[in-house]
Design a protein around this ligand. Structure first.
Ligand SMILES: NC(=O)c1ccc[n+]([C@@H]2O[C@H](COP(=O)([O-])OP(=O)(O)OC[C@H]3O[C@@H](n4cnc5c(N)ncnc54)[C@H](OP(=O)(O)O)[C@@H]3O)[C@@H](O)[C@H]2O)c1
Length: 324
């Protein structure tokens, strides 16, 4: 495993584990997964040197935090658990209350990384961050992070906190590479961390989904799995397959290795099985050559997905009975 040193967090594994899947109906993995496989995934992740575990109060309405805390057991205080407050009315007393709920479900006295799940369009960070600062000063959290923040809003959050907001968790993969342009250079310059969520584009970059084989649940509504986007992603999958073959690894592993080799970037892929968490952890060791890295970046930048609206219209059309 490879690690990144982050202020207030210590050594963070470059490959972490995302746990939205734990106990959430959206993924459709069912009760057997929530009560069995999820725990086995966390245990295996620990054996493989993973120290970063991402969850949120909204995942499965608290079930993800509970499952994660139980599965980590005695080790829960020794790793970087990152949870998130969903910013409905993110006023300091409310955030304090919500943190207490997350900490209780996780079985922690102190949450190492506490993130604002998304920018609140109405309540500015100058209102939310002073509450976060108090929680930091009292040692209830180890560091403050944000999620889905633009660079400008990340900097505004910094100013409002009066100290560095150490991380920004954003949608970032070969199918959504825009963080390359501004967030990654900022993180590199300032010694922060970009946490790439959906680093496998929800499984799309694993290369096993197609028009005749689309995933269900939350992914049925993801425009990336729409017919036109499945066609447009093919050149990216082509480069992934080629690089994967050269290294004798899988396309998913190359997709993660591409992110991990960027400065100050860590990934938090979810996993539906123990085999996947093993493959994902191993991706930290895949060394891409500069020309491979460049070919992947060029393919990612050339990918122009169609909009959610166009995908929806296509879906409706595809379901209409064909006129004879
Ligand atoms: N902050 C936010 O707003 C936000 C939003 C989304 C996610 N997140 C966080 O980021 C985490 C990861 O994102 P995500 O779950 O949306 O997407 P992801 O990590 O890109 O995709 C996870 C899915 O990909 C498939 N997969 C995993 N490893 C694989 C491998 N080695 N080979 C092939 N397929 C593999 C599995 O699905 P199948 O096996 O079923 O195909 C798995 O459930 C979440 O768990 C959550 O913690 C945060």
């Amino acid at each position: 495993m490879r690690f990144l040193d982050v202020d207030g967090l210590g050594a963070v594994s470059r490959v972490g584990l995302g746990t939205w899947q734990f106990g959430s109906r959206e993924w459709g993995y069912g009760d057997a997964y929530a009560s069995g496989e999820a725990r086995a995934i966390v245990r295996r992740a620990r054996e493989l040197g993973i120290t970063l575990f991402d969850t949120a109060e909204v995942y499965g309405f608290g079930r993800s935090e509970r499952i994660l805390g139980e599965a980590l057991g005695e080790e829960r205080s020794a790793v970087v658990v990152a949870s998130k407050v969903f910013p409905v009315a993110p006023f300091p007393p409310v955030v304090r209350n919500r943190l207490a709920g997350s900490a209780r479900r996780l079985g922690l006295d102190r949450v190492p990384l506490y993130q604002v799940h998304q920018p609140n369009p109405v309540v500015p960070d100058s209102v939310t961050m002073p509450g976060m600062r108090q929680l930091l000063d009292e040692g209830r959290i180890g560091a403050v992070g944000v999620s889905n923040y633009s660079l400008a809003r990340w900097q505004a959050a910094d100013a409002a906190l009066g100290r560095p907001v150490v991380s920004n968790q954003v949608h970032f993969s070969l199918a959504a590479p825009s963080a390359l342009e501004d967030l990654v250079p900022f993180a590199e310059r300032e010694g922060r961390m970009v946490m790439a969520y959906s680093p496998l584009a929800q499984g799309l970059l694993g290369g096993r989904y197609g028009v005749a084989n689309r995933p269900g649940g939350v992914r049925a509504a993801n425009p990336l799995f729409g017919t036109e986007n499945l066609r447009r992603i093919e050149p990216v999958l082509g480069v992934l397959r080629e690089v994967a073959a050269a290294h004798d690894v899988t396309p998913a592993q190359v997709a993660l290795a591409w992110l991990v080799s960027l400065p100050r970037v860590v990934v938090i892929p979810g996993a539906s099985s123990v085999a996947q968490v093993e493959a994902n952890a191993a991706a930290a060791e895949v060394d891409l050559r500069p020309d491979e890295q460049a070919a992947l970046t060029a393919a990612a930048r050339a990918f122009r997905p169609v909009s959610a609206v166009r995908t929806l219209v296509d879906r409706v059309r595809e379901r209409l009975p064909v006129r004879q």
